[in-house]
Design a protein around this ligand. Structure first.
Ligand code: C2E
Ligand code: CA
Ligand code: CA
Ligand code: CA
Length: 279
């Protein structure tokens, strides 16, 4: 009977079962990943469209799993969110990113802004402000140089907590960027919140530039809204010269994408920013 049961299970849940098992295993491994120091950060430059100068970097987390290899954040961040582990992870990222900024400062690299992705569960938690303050204090980094990236869908999920958390952050001097702008279904009301100072135009619109009439119209409208509200625009996922040209002409101030650089190690950032010998 035991044998039959096992076979039945296997029969009724072929792929779904394997996926669920993988998720379950990932979940228990995620709990240990922080202690085992399996996370690290890579940094993607953000450039001023007019000059090509690197003005900021975005910290992006990587999980180097001992057996699976590199697990992409799109796979483990949602699991960490559902397990309540995201706060610890986001706090680690904040600290590590601020420390890194300090190390670059100490190496006398040009001053950069640091952007950090934060999930809804971290952002709306009462302790979030304290962990931001702690990361800034420990590193000696000025709050003006830190940018917290929140997706539209995260804002939607937070509901009433959003305004309170944003105001607290604003009072601390840290600005917020609306990440993946244009992909959510929320109202534009939150663009008026004082902490919101940056709009990141989602890659899904940039991809179609300049050939797709719809993407052209939407991108121009987003830049116009940002302009009239005094928000700084950053386009993401720029891969081609013609996308760069279009966005520059449209009035977008900053860009990120493989055209300029993939996310790289801190050493590579230092190399990209160091004055060239003889130059
Ligand atoms: P995101 O914040 O929208 O980050 C941009 C993603 O696009 C990154 O993927 C980046 O590597 C990729 N990308 C950048 N330029 C290009 C390009 O020109 N072409 C293409 N095809 N892709 C480009 P990544 O690093 O895999 O991160 C995926 C998502 O995971 C991020 O999307 C963000 O939502 C989340 N994430 C990453 N790090 C963290 C973190 O520390 N905390 C939290 N809560 N979420 C994170
Ligand atoms: Ca982001
Ligand atoms: Ca984004
Ligand atoms: Ca995204």
């Amino acid at each position: 009977a035991k044998m039959e049961e096992r076979n039945a299970l296997r029969f009724y849940t072929p792929k779904m079962h394997a996926d669920a098992r993988r998720r379950l295993k990932l979940a228990s491994e995620l709990r240990q990943a922080l202690q085992r120091q399996e996370f690290h950060l890579v940094y993607q430059p953000s450039v001023e469209m007019k000059t090509g100068r690197i003005v900021a970097v975005e910290a992006l987390i990587r999980w180097q799993h001992p057996e699976r290899g590199l697990v992409p954040p799109d796979e483990f961040i949602p699991i960490a969110e559902s397990l309540g582990l995201i706060r610890q992870i986001d706090q680690w990222v904040l600290q590590r990113a601020c420390e890194q900024l300090r190390l670059w400062d100490d190496a006398r690299l040009p001053s950069l802004r640091m952007a950090v992705n934060v999930s809804a569960g971290s952002f709306s938690h009462p302790d979030f402000l304290a962990s931001v303050g702690q990361a800034l204090l420990a590193s000696g980094v000025s709050p003006k140089r830190l940018l917290v990236e929140l997706t539209e869908s995260a804002i939607l999920r937070m509901g009433e907590d959003t305004e309170r958390a944003m105001l607290a952050l604003h009072n601390l001097g840290v600005a917020v960027a609306i990440d993946d702008f244009g992909t959510g279904y929320s109202s534009l009301a939150y663009l008026k919140l004082p902490a919101v100072a940056y709009l990141k135009i989602d890659r899904s619109f940039v991809t179609g530039l300049p050939a797709s009439g719809n993407d052209v119209a939407i991108t121009e409208a987003m830049v116009a809204i940002a302009r009239s509200l005094g928000l700084h625009t950053i386009a993401e996922g720029i891969e081609t010269e013609s996308q760069h040209e279009f966005l520059l002409k449209a009035g977008c101030q900053e860009g990120q994408g493989y055209l300029y650089s993939r996310p790289v190690s801190p050493e590579d950032i230092a190399r990209l920013l160091a004055p060239r010998p003889g130059a």
